[in-house]
Design a protein around this ligand. Structure first.
Ligand SMILES: [Zn+2]
Length: 168
């Protein structure tokens, strides 16, 4: 029996997996507990016939200053892993939404003390669940938290201030 496998496709798949393993180690500069893959920032990995490698990323929101840092980090990580011709392109459409944050990513956000985005609520009117004591008795302190992607809330029960990752 001769098994027919498409080796080219297999290699392609394995190479993509290698690249993904590298990208999975890059953390989002704004949320240091989440990797860029957990954030859903990486849209595609493409190998081109001229041997260049293209990484397609999407900005978490337009004009996010973290994208420059992320682009730099991706390039550096891939070059030090031996990829010499690396191109990073940004895809704006379809726009990134907080729904692209993985489930494990949302749990990590919470554990880190950032309230994860929750589409059931439209803050600040409905309040946001406090990541520390889980009270929804919270109030908006500032539209902008530690970074422009976050809003600053305070819990009225445990009194702790916390960042809320804004929905897009
Ligand atoms: Zn609280």
């Amino acid at each position: 029996m001769v098994s027919v496998t498409n080796t080219r496709a297999d290699n392609y798949y394995n190479e993509k997996k290698d690249v993904l393993l590298i990208l999975e180690k890059i953390y989002d500069p704004e949320i240091p507990v989440l990797t860029i893959t957990e954030m859903g920032i990486v849209r595609d990995i493409r190998f081109h016939s001229d041997n260049s490698l293209e990484i397609v990323i999407t900005p978490t929101y337009s004009g996010c200053p973290a994208m420059d840092v992320i682009t730099f980090q991706i390039r550096e990580a891939l070059i030090s892993a031996g990829y010499s011709d690396v191109k990073i392109t940004q895809q704006l459409s379809p726009a990134w939404t907080t729904d692209e944050i993985s489930e494990s990513g949302k749990q990590k956000l919470k554990a880190y003390g950032i309230a994860p985005p929750d589409r059931r609520f439209s803050p600040p009117a409905d309040g946001v669940e406090c990541p520390l004591c889980h009270s929804a008795n919270t109030k908006l302190i500032s539209e902008f938290g530690s970074t422009a992607c976050k809003a600053l809330f305070q819990c009225l029960d445990c009194k702790e201030p916390f960042d809320y990752f804004k929905c897009h």
